[in-house]
Each structure stands twice: as C-alpha cells, then as structure tokens.
Design a protein around this ligand. Structure first.
Ligand SMILES: [Zn+2]
Length: 265
C-alpha cells in the first residue's frame, strides 16, 4: 500500500513538473482555481476618470473594491472614453484599498508589437506606477484590446501574477494565469440576465468571474456602461458570491507569489 502511494505521488510530481516546464515553454501559467461558493472581480481598463468618480462609489456603496488596470500614458488626458484619470484619482483609489494594476504605458496593442517593445511598455508603466504610488508595484496585468499573443505572454507572464485577456468565460479548474478570462459590461450589449448567470455558475461550481468595463457614465462610450448597469451586476454578485479585487483572490488562493510587493528600494 505504502509503495503504491509513493509511486502515485511520484507520478503526480512528474506530471506536475511536466506541466510546469511545458507551461514555461508556452508562456502559460497553469494553476488551479477552486473557490467554493464562487468569487467575482470587477475591473476597469485604461482608467477613464469616470471609472473612479462614478464607478468607485457604486463599488463602495456595496462595500467592495475593484481593480484598475491603469495605462499611465493616459494620465490627465482624454479620448473616446472621456476624460482620463488624474494622478489624484489614482492615488485616491489606491488609498481607499482598490487595486491598481498594470496595462501598457501608451495602451500599445500587444498583438501588434514585438516582445521587446511590449516589455519596454510594461516596464515604463510599472515604473510610473511605482513613482506615483510611493513604491506600490503592480502585481497584475491586462492586455490592451485583449490582444493576447505568444510574444505578449512571453513578455508579461513572468512579470506578473496574472495577465487578463478579454476572452469570455469563468476561470475554474486548471486555468492559465497568463490569460485569464474576463467578461465585458458594456451598454451596447448589456444583458443583466446573462451576466447574472455567469455569477450563478461560478457560485454553483466554485469559479472566478472577472468583469471589465471602461468609462462609467449615464452616456457611456461603446466600451463603457452606466452606473445603474454596473450597480445591477455588483449588487447581484455581492448577494451571491465573494467580491474581491484580482490581487485579493490570488492571495487567498495562495497564488500571489510575486504580487504587489511594495518596492523595498
Ligand atoms: Zn485597455
């Protein structure tokens, strides 16, 4: 019996090593996600100012926090998403316990850039965040435009605990932390029932649902939603599952190895 147990253990260890080594070659980060009762994260990309001034109060009214994947090149500017964040917004969100995570500095599409350029964009953004937030080093990353390529994964997957794409679905069982699934909350195709079914599914089967949007206003862009729409999904999630920023989910799963370490020097 004992011998069988040992040999089974060896087989498992060998399989685990294969997954790790093969995963390294393919720039994947295999990990197991099993969260009894389900967990939901609300994330905002780029960081339009309204994601904080309108979206922040929605989250805080439900006593939960979000994750802001920030492109520092947008600071103080504006685009089709409306006015972008000011540094004071960034600092306020961070001070109130929301997670500040990483995007590329100039929102460069990783599908269209060589690995070296992606790495430089990520390094520049990370350095700007560290400077703006007194040493806070972002532990998580989202691919701009959901542009996930092998070179992008290669550039990003060892720098962060997770990289988030925009492929729909629930993160459950063996997942690739270098390409987490996420689901948009956009006014243009808003379907509350569909989004709530994702939450139900995560609750029933121990999964992690990540939602993302951009601007949050009563007249949002094609890539944003209204405060009422965000509120409807947040309220349903809070009533049915845990709701946590990405970093907190990882920490509680024991997967936050490299995450959000305050810069020591
Ligand atoms: Zn983006």
């Amino acid at each position: 019996m004992r011998t069988e147990g040992v040999s089974r253990l060896r087989r498992v260890s060998f399989a685990a090593r294969l997954v790790r080594e093969f995963g390294g070659l393919l720039a994947t980060r295999p990990a197991s996600v099993d969260w009894p009762g389900g967990v939901v994260s609300f994330t905002f990309d780029d960081f339009p100012r309204s994601a904080w001034t309108e979206g922040g109060p929605v989250l805080e009214a439900h006593r939960v926090r979000g994750t802001y994947y920030t492109a520092m090149g947008f600071a103080g500017g504006g685009n089709h998403l409306g006015p972008m964040f000011e540094l004071d917004d960034l600092r306020a969100a961070h001070a109130r316990g929301h997670e500040i995570a990483c995007h590329t500095f100039s929102h460069r599409d990783c599908m269209r850039a060589p690995a070296g350029e992606i790495a430089a964009e990520i390094e520049r953004n990370g350095a700007a965040l560290v400077e703006a937030l007194d040493g806070m080093r972002p532990g998580n990353f989202a691919y701009p435009f959901g542009g996930v390529s092998q070179s992008a994964k290669a550039a990003a997957h060892l720098r962060f605990d997770t990289c988030r794409g925009t492929g729909r679905g629930i993160n459950r069982g063996i997942v690739d932390l270098a390409d987490l699934a996420a689901n948009s909350i956009y006014t243009r195709d808003f379907d509350r029932a569909l989004l709530c079914r994702l939450i139900d599914d995560a609750q029933a089967r121990g999964g992690w649902v990540i939602f993302f949007t951009h601007d949050v206003t009563d007249a949002p862009s094609a890539f944003g939603c209204t405060p009422a729409q965000l509120d409807a999904v947040v309220a349903y999630a809070v009533a049915n599952t845990a709701v946590l920023p990405v970093h907190d989910v990882l920490a509680r799963l024991g997967l936050a190895a490299a995450a959000a370490v305050t810069a020591a020097a």
